[in-house]
Design a protein around this ligand. Structure first.
Ligand code: NI
Length: 252
């Protein structure tokens, strides 16, 4: 059995969500944690988590939303967290400078405001960081009481070790199966105790399905690759990553 710690589930991407959930169950995916990270997808994610026992969620405003999020939206986020029993963390939140730094001030402000909420509510965070490692680490260090998941980790071994020393786990997904990826070196260096399995579906589909739409049901392919790298059995990868996930997100 596996847990997909980070994916997106929306009618826009999947025609039949019931089928997606059924396929997960058939493929040994016991739980998925979906992420709502825009105003619209947060509402949809809350609704889905209420419908399925094996769906939990994290909510938080993605850095790409930074210019449109108001104080009122942040109040609503707090209210939504308090009202839903299925919310296990805040995210994905963070910094994304991939398309430039024009709104970096707003991004940092939104990031800090949501970290404050996580700190007050004693919730873990799911971090999105792209081309912004230095600022991400600097801001996370301002909140030493928070732990979380560096979603879709893609940095160096050195960066991985910094996050781990700060109490963070690394979300490893489909990229680990790509032939041109060096991520295996990070997995080798940090070991299974700091790794969470994720798909980031509908994006980043693992081999041998690269190019198709991703889904949580492909988690076993990611686990298989990690098992090969670390010379563990797939069962050990499943067991250890579930243990890491349950302790971070306080899942029963
Ligand atoms: Ni994502």
């Amino acid at each position: 059995m596996f847990i997909d710690t980070h994916c997106h589930l929306s009618c826009e991407d999947y025609e039949d969500i019931n089928q997606v959930i059924e396929d997960n169950r058939k493929n040994g995916i016991e739980t998925i944690i979906i992420s709502g990270c825009t105003k619209k997808s947060i509402l949809e994610s809350i609704d889905l988590a209420n419908q399925y026992d094996d769906v939990f969620l994290t909510i938080g405003y993605h850095p790409s939303e930074a210019s449109s999020i108001t104080e009122e939206d942040l109040k609503l986020l707090e209210k939504q967290i308090l009202e839903s029993k299925k919310i296990v963390g805040i995210g994905e939140i963070g910094l994304d400078y991939h398309y430039g730094k024009d709104d970096s001030f707003k991004q940092k402000e939104l990031f800090r405001r949501q970290l404050m909420i996580a700190s007050e509510m004693h919730l873990p965070v799911v971090i999105h960081t792209r081309d912004a490692t230095e600022d991400t680490i600097k801001i996370l260090k301002e909140f030493p009481d928070i732990c979380g998941d560096i979603h879709c980790f893609s940095g160096s071994i050195e960066t991985a070790k910094i996050y781990i020393s700060m109490g963070y786990k690394l979300g490893i997904g489909g990229v680990i199966t790509f032939k041109n990826s060096n991520l295996f070196r990070v997995v080798e260096a940090v070991g299974i105790s700091h790794i969470l399995l994720e798909t980031d579906a509908p994006y980043l589909t693992p081999e041998p399905f690269r190019g198709k739409k991703n889904s949580s049901k492909y988690i076993p392919y990611i686990a298989k690759r990690i098992a090969d790298i670390l010379q563990l059995s797939e069962e050990e990868v499943a067991k250890e990553t579930i243990k890491n996930t349950k302790s971070l997100f306080d899942l029963k």
